[in-house]
Design a protein around this ligand. Structure first.
Ligand code: SF4
Length: 373
């Protein structure tokens, strides 16, 4: 029997490119939706032939800004996924949305197309912060979109970004408490990271501004933990905070080493097969993607045991619940040996058959993973 399986669809267009973004996206000028509808259907047909029918627990429309897709295209993708693979009853169908795209009319259309969860790129409720991160919505639009989303969708998530230059602990606490006061039930809270190759990366390299130092980052992380927990949305993953029962189903597949199909430029999938775990990756270039047949644009690679373990542990330790050691197979004893010194340092815990990063450990997870893997 296959593990729980989801479907990720990457929509590579945005209205404009944010200066911190290193995703595989381009500015939407003219978009041939019919070509994409055909490409996605062909990809799903190809994946069905390659990996067999797997009932889907989730469909995630990400990007990019998939709220720029027409509801008709969203509905066609969902219909094809359901026809070819089957969506389980109550499957989570998430659409990432820009606050500016959220209107009474659009949410009704999205619901009609089968969307039952919205992930809103709010980023901030502060106009100056929104201007700094180059978003095309303001705080008023963010609040309006959040209110409407909470009124219409039983399940939703809002992205927030912190550790902006000049942001103090007090600033962030006020903003975070304001976000929680909206009645949000799931928040994805990211620290601003400056990636090379982005506009921010170039600005920082030129010395135009500097991100906050590690000390403040750590303070803001701790503050985030305390404030969200006090509000009943404790972290359940490094960046994800939810009221009980509102945890993301789809992202949970990534963190638990389950399976997901992935279509669209640059999208990564993972499938368990009798021969081993297969990684798929969509061709990144949008034009090349549309020009190639599915068997060429969705490349496959068999992962070796080491790669599977690295992914499993890297993703699993992001979860507060950690990894069930029994699922690690023959690699478990070696991993536990490597973990014990860090458990003694208070960065990892081995409890009830689970290996977990502590609150402090999750702050330095990348360094910790480099030590134990
Ligand atoms: S909207 Fe999201 S995906 Fe698009 S450029 Fe901005 S951060 Fe990147």
């Amino acid at each position: 029997m296959s593990p729980p399986t989801g479907l990720y669809v990457h929509w590579p267009y945005c209205a404009r490119i944010c200066p911190y973004c290193d995703f595989n996206v381009v500015r939407a000028r003219s978009v041939d939706e019919e070509a994409w509808a055909k490409a996605f259907e062909a990809d799903l047909t190809h994946l069905l032939a390659r990996f067999g029918r797997r009932p889907l627990v989730s469909l995630y429309l990400g990007g990019g800004t998939p709220s720029l897709m027409s509801a008709n295209l969203i509905g066609r993708i969902r219909e094809a996924a359901n026809r070819l693979f089957g969506l389980e009853t109550g499957a989570e169908v998430t659409l990432e949305a820009n606050p500016n795209d959220v209107t009474e009319a659009s949410v009704a259309q999205w619901q009609g197309a089968g969307v039952n969860r919205l992930s809103l790129g709010v980023q901030s409720f502060d106009d100056a912060s929104l201007r700094f991160v180059g978003r095309d919505h303001d705080a008023r639009a963010a609040r309006r979109a959040v209110d409407l989303t909470l009124r219409v969708f039983a399940r939703s998530s809002f992205d927030l970004i912190y550790a902006l230059p000049g942001q103090t602990s007090d600033d962030w606490e006020t903003e975070l408490k304001g976000a929680l006061a909206t009645g949000a039930r799931h928040l994805s809270i990211y620290q601003l990271t400056v990636e090379p190759g982005t506009a921010f990366g170039r600005q920082v390299a030129r010395g135009e501004w500097a991100p906050p130092g590690e000390g403040l980052d750590a303070d803001l992380y701790e503050l985030t933990h305390d404030v969200t927990t006090a509000a009943g949305l404790p972290p359940y993953e490094v960046s994800s905070h939810a009221a009980a029962g509102n945890e993301a189903v789809h992202n949970g597949l990534y963190w638990t080493g389950a399976d997901w199909l992935a279509i669209g430029p640059g999208a990564h999938g993972r499938l368990t097969t009798p021969q081993g775990r297969v990684a798929t990756e969509g061709t990144r270039n949008i034009h090349a993607y549309l020009d190639a047949p599915s068997r060429q644009r969705l490349r496959e690679e068999m992962l070796d045991d080491g790669a599977v373990l690295t992914e499993r542990v890297s993703a699993g330790l992001r979860r507060v619940k950690g990894i069930e050691i029994a699922t690690l197979g023959p690699a478990a004893p070696r991993l536990l040996d490597a973990a014990r010194p860090w458990a003694a340092e208070g960065l990892l815990e081995i409890v009830d058959g689970h290996l977990m990063a502590t609150r402090t450990g999750r702050q330095v997870l990348d360094a910790l993973l480099a030590e134990i893997l």
